[in-house]
Ligand binder design. Structure first.
Ligand code: ADP
Length: 302
């Protein structure tokens, strides 16, 4: 497999309250979080790239600089004159976080508009990573183009990994979300859902039911995360359950699943050992949730 991990989706501007009436600006987004952790977990001879669309304005340039400083390859990122990047603000009320979004016209929504550009962005990737949010933000005709591009990339030898990250508010309706995610499952070598979402939006009674449903939809391997509970790994011929080590003093569970996926895939790509891959995923996620924010710079990933 060629040594390139490519994540595709939307990176947003994050405005986080400092507690002093001002906001600190950062950048985050589910697929970006996974790319960022994959860069930390994969050997130096792997390229980790991010593919999205941004504007040509100052904040888009700041985002590109942030990605480059994070050692992510940005060469394929599309730049558009007519749009800029999306933004969210973290709001605090009585210690509880909530989010307000300005993303409905973001440049990232156009990432699959130009099929030729998309195909060239995907070419040469060994592992292509995307999420249900990547699909949700696309116009419906571009979702079909995106999945076709994935199928073409797989025929050329790429593997694909997908976290459904079910967010009904981003989709036109819940039936479309379920149908699109199920279709995408059929284009995936690794399907990495969180059971909480699958219970809420597919009504699965147990993680095994989620695994069976996605295997039936055509996924190669399904890795079902479930917070502190067992991780289920299943493919057509085998099924294993792994108990993550308990984590004390949890501060913020943002990016638990995103970081798990990065460390799991990085380990799996370098040897195909499922127990070691789950262990790597759970260990990294366990550290990430002991810190505030999605991107925790101070962690040892080995
Ligand atoms: P998501 O962020 O997508 O909701 P999960 O909550 O399912 O993801 O968590 C992903 C992984 O993070 C779990 O499989 C586990 O390894 C780790 N994790 C999350 N919450 C806990 C917890 N409370 N205790 C221990 N590990 C946890």
């Amino acid at each position: 497999m060629s040594l390139k991990f490519l994540a595709i989706g939307e990176c947003m501007v994050e405005m986080a309250p400092t507690g002093e009436g001002t906001y600190a600006m950062g950048f985050a987004g589910d697929t970006l979080n996974t790319a960022w952790y994959a860069r930390k977990c994969l050997p130096a001879d792997w390229t980790v790239g991010y593919y999205t669309a941004v504007g040509r304005d100052q904040v888009s340039e700041q985002m590109l600089s942030f990605l480059k400083e994070s050692d992510l390859e940005t060469a394929a990122i599309q730049k558009r004159d007519d749009r800029t990047v999306g933004l969210y603000m973290i709001q605090l009320k009585d210690g509880e976080r909530s989010f307000a979004y300005w993303r409905s016209q973001s440049a990232a929504r156009c990432l699959a508009a130009d099929g030729t550009h998309l195909a060239s962005a995907l070419s040469g990737a060994g592992l292509i990573y995307f999420s249900g949010i990547t699909l949700a933000i696309l116009p419906s005709e571009d979702r079909a183009k995106f999945l076709d591009a994935l199928r073409t990339a797989r025929k050329a030898g790429a593997k694909t990994a997908f976290d459904p990250n079910l967010r009904p508010r981003l989709w036109e309706d819940a039936d479309t979300m379920r149908a699109s995610v199920t279709e995408a499952a059929g284009c995936c070598d690794f399907l990495m859902p969180s059971f909480e979402d699958e219970l809420a939006h597919f009504g699965d009674a147990t993680p095994d039911v989620s695994a069976d449903r996605y295997l039936a939809a055509g996924a190669g391997m399904v890795v079902v995360k479930n917070g502190p509970e067992e991780v289920i790994c299943a493919d057509a011929g085998s099924r294993q359950a792994f108990q993550p080590a308990p984590v004390s003093s949890i501060v913020d569970t943002t990016a638990a699943g995103d970081s798990f996926n990065a460390a799991f895939l990085a380990k799996y790509l370098s040897g195909g050992d499922v127990p070691a891959s789950v262990d790597a995923g759970a260990r990294l996620a366990g550290k990430v949730i002991q810190h505030r924010g999605a991107l925790v710079a101070c962690l040892e990933t080995a």
